[in-house]
Ligand binder design. Structure first.
Ligand SMILES: Cc1cc2nc3c(=O)[nH]c(=O)nc-3n(C[C@H](O)[C@H](O)[C@H](O)COP(=O)(O)O)c2cc1C
Length: 185
C-alpha cells in the first residue's frame, strides 16, 4: 500500500477476526515501530505482547471495574458509562492480541518517542490488513506495579500506549477530519 494512501485511510479498528497474528508478523510490526525518531536517539521503549484471550478478557473486566469505581477521577468517562456497564463490552474490543508500549522515564522524551512508535505500528499494521486501536481506558490497569511485575516490565518504565490489534473484520471508510486550524492564517 502506498504510504499516502495508508495514512489517509487508517482508522481505529474495534472488530477483529479470530485469526491470530503470527509471531513473525508481530515482531516485524514492532520493529517498524522502532524506526521512529527519538529524542537524543534514546529509543526508550519496551513492549509487552499478550495473546492469551482469557487473560485479555480478565484484564478488560478488571479495567471496567476500576473505571466504574473511579469515575470521579476521569471526567471524560461520563460519556462512556453505558459502555462500561454493558457486560458484553470489552475494553479491548474482544481482540486476541494486546500490544503494549512502555516508555523509559529516564529519557525526558519517552512519551513522545513511544507515541511516534505507536503511530508507526498502527500504519504498518494497517498496510498489512491488521487493525489497531489505542486503548486509553487501560491507562491505569496496565501500569500497576502488579501488572508490570507479572510481565517483567522494569520499574522505571511507564505505560504509554495500550493497543488492541488483530486482523480487521471489515475495512472502514477513511476518516473525516475537521479543517486544520492554522493560527497565523
Ligand atoms: C490517546 C488515545 C486514546 C484512545 N482511547 C480509546 C479507548 O480507550 N477506546 C477506544 O475504543 N478507542 C480509543 N481511542 C481511539 C479514538 O476513539 C479514535 O482514534 C477517534 O475516535 C478517531 O477515530 P479514527 O481513529 O477511526 O479516525 C483512543 C485514541 C487515542 C489517540
Amino acid at each position: 500500500m502506498d504510504i499516502l494512501e495508508c495514512i489517509n485511510s487508517k482508522r481505529s479498528i474495534r472488530a477483529y477476526t479470530d485469526e491470530i497474528i503470527p509471531e513473525e508478523t508481530l515482531n516485524n510490526i514492532i520493529k517498524l515501530g522502532t524506526k521512529a525518531s527519538t529524542g537524543s536517539g534514546q529509543e526508550p521503549w519496551g513492549f509487552v505482547v499478550i495473546q492469551d484471550k482469557d487473560e485479555i478478557d480478565s484484564l478488560s473486566e478488571i479495567t471496567k471495574k476500576y473505571l466504574l469505581e473511579n469515575m470521579e477521577k476521569y471526567p471524560y468517562l461520563n460519556q462512556y458509562e453505558s459502555w462500561l456497564t454493558n457486560p458484553r463490552f470489552s475494553v479491548f474490543n474482544h481482540a486476541n492480541t494486546l500490544l503494549i508500549i512502555y516508555g523509559n522515564t529516564e529519557s525526558h522524551w519517552h512519551v513522545y518517542d513511544c507515541s511516534l512508535a505507536a503511530g508507526n505500528i498502527m500504519l504498518a499494521a494497517h498496510s498489512m490488513g491488521i487493525g489497531t486501536c489505542w486503548i486509553g481506558f487501560a491507562e491505569h490497569t496496565l501500569n500497576t506495579k502488579e501488572f508490570k511485575g507479572k510481565y517483567n516490565v522494569p520499574e522505571q518504565y511507564e505505560l504509554v500506549c495500550p493497543m488492541s490489534i488483530g486482523y480487521m473484520k471489515a475495512k472502514l471508510a477513511p476518516p473525516n477530519r475537521k479543517k486544520p486550524i492554522i493560527f497565523n492564517k
